[in-house]
Design a protein around this ligand. Structure first.
Ligand SMILES: Cc1ncc(COP(=O)(O)O)c(C=O)c1O
Length: 361
């Protein structure tokens, strides 16, 4: 991705219902901010058009100089309930008034409320639990760790492979990139993890074969014995396309995982919380993942992620040994609670299903 030019240019004025452009772009007065960032921050953070977000509401973002845009990025794939929802802000204000800004792993009441809400939308509430983290990558990492821990404890050290898909994106941290399937993102890994294996994604055009045989033959060609697989990690749809797993493939994959006691992991960081017309996209497939990685749209705002998973797998680590300093921090937790209430009360999952149908016609 190229860095955008910081040379202000005259652009046509726009004044429509949802968009206003009334200055040169980038705005000359904003250049000082960009110059400070160029000096103080790596260039990796400069991949977006040079717009300074000052205010956001619904699907719109505003700068300080009278310009207004439609946020097609949805912040990116976060604002499932919209930017700056008042109910989320009201909930956050209450926590601010309590001055409860950090709790480490000490209990606060809202943590119980959120884990229960997420448990209630899990594949099987009486048999699933919820662990809260901060980012999608962390949630994916945790799923990988849990799958490997389960496999090694139950079956021994040979059951060690994590199988994922070519072109998959699971985040930018070490294990999530080892599991990711974009070669261009993995060059820094040099000696790639020997227990991470990728197979072709059955998208129907990069790989015409969309049958599950492709999965099996690809494992065979890489000398991977199904009994040695700890976990299979997939997105329901690959964001790069978007490319969707065929239903029959997903169901065969589930049967394969059951047959070989492999932990099935769905990365719903991007696809969860109503984005595809179901609360979670795996629901389109009639499958029950063992572990689900969530993030982004969970809060429509503050950084929070979660792993929702089978109780027997989630319980593999004893008290104090699967935590993070900012796990279930009060403000992000409340933002997620209020967001989930909005999604439920405003029937946003059903709404997205309806809108999805309209955009197909
Ligand atoms: C499918 C998927 N998984 C994981 C991640 C990583 O999430 P985060 O950027 O919050 O670490 C992303 C982010 O784009 C994603 O789209």
């Amino acid at each position: 991705m190229a860095k955008y030019s910081l040379e202000p240019i005259k652009v046509p004025k726009v004044n429509t219902e949802f968009r206003t452009i009334q200055t040169k772009l980038p705005v000359p007065e904003s250049l000082e901010i960009f110059n400070t960032l160029s000096e103080s921050e790596p260039v990796s953070m400069m991949g977006q058009p040079p717009v300074v977000w000052d205010k956001a509401s619904g699907f719109q973002v505003y700068d300080k100089w009278g310009n207004k845009w439609i946020d097609w990025s949805s912040g990116v794939l976060i604002t499932n309930a919209g930017h700056g929802r008042k109910k989320i802000i009201k909930g956050l204000r209450k926590v601010l008034d309590q001055r409860l800004l950090a709790t480490y792993v000490f209990v606060h009441e809202k943590r119980a409320e959120l884990t229960k809400m997420l448990q209630d939308i899990s594949p099987d509430p009486s048999n699933y639990q919820v662990f809260i983290l901060c980012t999608g990558s962390e949630a994916v990492e945790n799923c990988i760790k849990l799958a490997k821990t389960y496999a090694i404890q139950k079956h021994g050290p040979n059951k060690k492979y994590i199988v994922s898909f070519q072109n998959a994106f699971h985040g930018r941290t070490m294990a999530s990139q080892l599991a990711g399937g974009m070669a261009v993102l993995k060059t820094w890994l040099v000696d790639e993890g020997k227990t991470f294996v990728q197979v072709p994604f059955p998208d129907g055009y990069k790989n015409e074969d969309t049958s599950f045989d492709l999965f099996l033959s690809s494992l065979e060609s890489q000398d991977i014995n199904p009994a040695d697989i700890a976990g299979v990690l997939t997105e329901t749809y690959q964001g790069v396309g978007p490319d969707f797993l065929p239903v029959e493939y997903a169901q065969k994959l589930e049967a394969f995982c059951k047959e070989h006691d492999i932990v099935s992991i769905y990365d719903e960081v991007q696809s969860g919380f109503g984005r595809t017309g179901k609360m979670f996209a795996y629901e389109h497939y009639g499958v029950k993942p063992d572990l689900v990685a969530c993030g982004k749209g969970i809060s429509s705002s503050l950084p929070i992620s979660a792993v929702i998973g089978r109780k027997d797998i989630m319980g593999l680590y004893g008290p104090g040994s699967m935590t993070s300093t900012h796990s279930a921090s009060p403000l992000p937790v409340v933002s997620a609670i209020e967001n989930l209430k909005i999604i439920k009360n405003e029937k946003l999952v059903k709404k997205s299903r309806k809108l999805g149908k309209r955009s197909q016609t």
